[in-house]
Design a protein around this ligand. Structure first.
Ligand code: SF4
Length: 813
């Protein structure tokens, strides 16, 4: 029996009174107000938001939801009842918007999207055919990651040693003993763990974080390192929080909803339904992005009848900022506000909020006022008058929600980008109240929970790693000492693989749960070398990918993991808006030898230190949830999640409620942010990477449904193309000192001087080893030359390889 009290849907009868009172006390510190639960969409349509009277957007470039759904039904035809149960009972393992079954906490009515449908097959497919699995490795290597994925599930533990051309089947005992045997011999500083974000539950992250420390290493990292780590770092330093301060429901009826470097319509598709609901309540939607994203402008929302028929105009305005120009743009907006305040005090910023709830106003104002318009215009790519328009829109708004994603985070100044967003929000007082907030919208279901569970070199459950108070508290819970040295981020761990043999941090054993570094990290050739240089690599996964097939110096061991729907006792995941959802174990066919991820970690640990096995033993998933509740105070409540549909939101509806931030003195920090140096020599373009029909690096179509571009298209402004005498469809080479990308010109409405290529294909252009200094995210943007393929090839031996690349090194490096 599940009871609902406010937003908290947990079995209240199972909480003892004392604990409940403690819980309420803590929640009131985090936020008094509870989420109100799903609300209804208006019944009557409103034609003023329609894209056109032509039904179903016929003739327009747009996702084909019906066709895609039919394709998914066909793909899952061998397992349809199970697929249906996963969709109706499980918590989505796609993005972190968050949904249990087909219901979410924001809007009544069905919640489903093609991203979820596409990843569904990962959960329902049978094992890889043995004749293929044990093929010569050179044959397997001919397949792309998409083709490897389509082969099916990993059925049993596998091993491959140097000189062996095929994977051999090994027993679980052999696999665990060999891993444990190796781990006993390596220095803990030479061992690293990594966990991806798709499908992994809080329970597995927690167990992995604990096991890593039990084995003496702090080198444990997760997929947020390459997407949202700067969001957490910046929100912590600006507001004292590490997550979204608000809910999706705050989008509905807020005066202005800003999407900053986020294509939520493509990456979190059901967010378009929330945008629709927001527009119906009069919200203005603003998109800030170098490319005028077609799907953020117009969308045909399949679950909303009038939108499915006539489409919905989403963005009211698009500010096409330079790649990396956001800090300048935000400084420009603030500079306008300060000028407006001089002319008409009280016309732009929220003085009460600033005085009562922030520090650093005078420093910030002085810093912004000292900047000149020409620099701000050049850096942002936007004119002073455009910046004024946005400044006036925000100035006239009583409420606002800022949503962002990797367009802001994946820079070498990602943390600064996000602190600038926090600056804007604090100056307007858009924090800690209804219809206001800052929201790093997460792309994968595990991203929010992974760090919170401590699978992160900078975090332990409920606190920062560098806090001795947190370490002591967790040591008490765990009953063993946590190593006190700072662990490395995953990029550095990989680089450590090529350190000299006698180096104390040379990576010798790398244990990865999911993830494909060859496709997600910059400089794939270098990454391959790193993977090959490790003695032992363990790939705990449900499918093979190209990284799994790379050699290791001593052995590659592949362990078959269960999906979240197979794990006994179920599992939980935390959404962007801090809802902790329970996903039950779902009845259906099983991969006979696959094991729960959390169990595999603890089994390895027990074999490394059998004399201390009792310290790391988790008999079941419930025991892990009980311990999470103890180790991480805001997760108190997770232990009561047991049935389908159970959910609670940690921290209440709004973090920093009424402006009270969880900083030492309760105030937010306004921070003066320096303009980044944008390294783009004359004649070069900024390049950034984009996503098409894909989930993380898993590509589901060679064509982007939102603009019909091919994966190797280079999105370029028509006038830039004209200047280079390039025609649409013409072969081009995009290059810099890091790599060369061969593609075709596609005219696109992108800010002039900025181009886009698809990720991960475009990773060859990205420098390796350039990390953001606070959060360690790799830089995913750089400067490139675009040249006709014909000219490039005619001169490449003499002109480019020897002379031009040298020149580029001096210019960019
Ligand atoms: S929007 Fe995200 S959470 Fe919702 S169904 Fe799609 S992938 Fe799952």
């Amino acid at each position: 029996m599940v009871h609902q009290h406010s937003s908290l849907t947990v079995p209240f009868n199972k909480m003892n009174c004392k604990r409940f009172l403690r819980y309420r006390e803590r929640v009131s510190v985090m936020g008094k107000t509870k989420h109100q639960g799903p609300v209804k969409l208006p019944k009557m349509p409103d034609p003023k938001h329609w894209v056109s009277m032509v039904p179903f957007g016929l003739g327009k470039v747009k996702p084909k939801h019906i066709r895609d759904t039919a394709k998914v039904v066909w793909e899952n035809k061998d397992n349809l009842p199970y697929a249906t149960r996963i969709l109706t009972q499980g918590v989505c393992d796609g993005c972190a918007l968050g949904v249990a079954g087909l219901k979410d906490q924001t809007l009544a009515g069905p919640h489903i999207c093609t991203t979820r449908l596409n990843v569904l097959r990962l959960n329902t497919m049978p094992a890889i055919d043995k004749s293929i699995l044990h093929q010569d490795i050179s044959e397997l290597r001919k397949r792309s990651s998409s083709e490897l994925r389509q082969l099916g599930r990993i059925p049993y533990p596998l091993s491959r040693k140097p000189g062996e051309s095929k994977f051999s089947r090994i027993s679980w005992d052999e696999a665990l003993d060999r891993i444990a045997g190796k781990l006993k011999t390596v220095d803990p500083k030479q061992l690293a763990f990594f966990l991806t974000a798709r499908g992994i539950t809080n329970e597995s992250y927690y167990a992995a974080g604990k096991v890593a420390r039990f084995l003496g290493t702090n080198h444990i990292d997760n997929a947020s390192r390459i997407c949202h780590s700067p969001s957490k770092t910046a929100l912590k330093r600006s507001l004292g929080i590490g997550a979204s301060s608000c809910n999706y429901q705050d989008w509905l009826g807020t005066d202005v909803l800003v999407f900053w470097g986020s294509v939520a319509s493509n990456n979190q598709p059901v967010s378009t339904k929330y945008m629709y609901a927001a527009k119906r309540k009069g919200t203005k939607i603003i998109v800030i992005n170098p490319y005028w994203e077609p799907s953020m402008a117009n969308y045909w929302i399949p679950s909303v009848p009038d939108s499915a028929l006539f489409g919905t105009k989403l963005a009211d305005d698009v500010y096409q900022v330079n790649i990396g120009g956001d800090i300048a743009f935000m400084n420009g907006v603030m500079k306008h506000w300060f000028e407006m305040e001089k002319e008409h005090p009280g016309s732009a910023i929220n003085r009460n909020f600033i005085n009562e709830h922030t520090h650093g106003f005078s420093e910030l104002k002085k810093h912004v006022e000292a900047q000149d318009w020409l620099t701000l215009e050049t850096s942002s790519g936007l004119t002073k008058s455009r910046m004024r328009e946005f400044a006036e829109l925000l100035a006239g708004s009583e409420s606002g929600v800022f949503v962002w994603s990797m367009g802001l985070t994946q820079h070498r100044f990602g943390t600064d980008n996000i602190s600038q967003v926090a600056n804007l929000a604090m100056l307007k007082g858009f924090i800690g109240r209804e219809k206001c907030g800052v929201m790093p919208i997460r792309g994968h279901s595990g991203v929010q929970g992974s760090g919170e569970m401590g699978a992160d070199p900078f975090s332990l459950p409920g606190g920062d790693f560098d806090s001795s108070k947190t370490r002591k508290r967790i040591e008490k819970t765990w009953g063993f000492k946590i190593p006190d040295w700072q662990g490395d981020i995953v990029g550095v761990s990989l680089e450590n693989a090529v350190l000299p043999e006698n180096h104390p941090r040379k990576l010798r054993a790398f244990y990865t749960s999911g993830g494909n570094f060859l496709e997600t990290m910059p400089d794939p050739d270098f990454v391959k070398k790193c993977l090959e240089s490790v003695d032992l690599r363990v790939h705990q996964d449900i499918i093979l990918n190209t990284s799994t097939l790379v050699d290791a110096k001593e052995e590659v061991i592949v362990l078959p993991a269960m999906t979240r729907y197979e794990q006994p006792g179920g599992g939980t995941s935390t959404s962007t808006e801090r809802m902790v959802y329970f996903s039950p174990e779902i009845k259906g066919p099983r991969m006979e030898e696959a094991r729960p991820e959390w169990e595999i970690y603890t089994e390895v640990a027990k074999r490394v230190k059998p004399e201390q096995a009792h310290l790391i033993d988790f008999p079941d998933a419930q025991t892990i949830r009980n311990e999470i509740a103890e180790a991480h105070s805001v997760y108190d409540g997770i232990q009561h999640l047991k049935e389908k549909g159970d959910v609670f939101q940690w921290g209440g509806a709004w973090l920093c409620e009424d402006g009270e931030c969880p900083t030492p003195d309760g105030k937010g920090n306004l921070l003066p942010i320096e303009l980044p140096e944008l390294r783009k020599p004359e004649g070069h373009f900024y390049v950034t990477t984009r996503r098409g029909k894909q989930f993380n690096s898993m590509v589901y179509s060679a064509t982007d449904p939102n603009n019909s571009a091919d994966r190797y298209d280079v999105l370029l402004h028509k006038e830039d193309a004209n200047q280079l005498s390039l025609k649409e469809g013409e072969a081009v080479v995009v290059y810099n000192q890091f790599g060369t990308f061969h593609g075709r010109v596609r005219f696109a409405n992108t800010r002039r001087g900025n181009i886009q290529v698809y990720w991960p294909e475009g990773n060859v252009l990205i420098p390796k080893g350039v990390y953001e200094k606070y959060a360690g995210i790799p830089e995913y943007n750089t400067a490139v030359v675009v040249e006709k393929a014909e000219t490039y090839h005619a001169h490449k031996d003499t002109k480019y390889v020897e002379k031009r690349i040298e020149e580029l090194e001096t210019e960019i490096g």
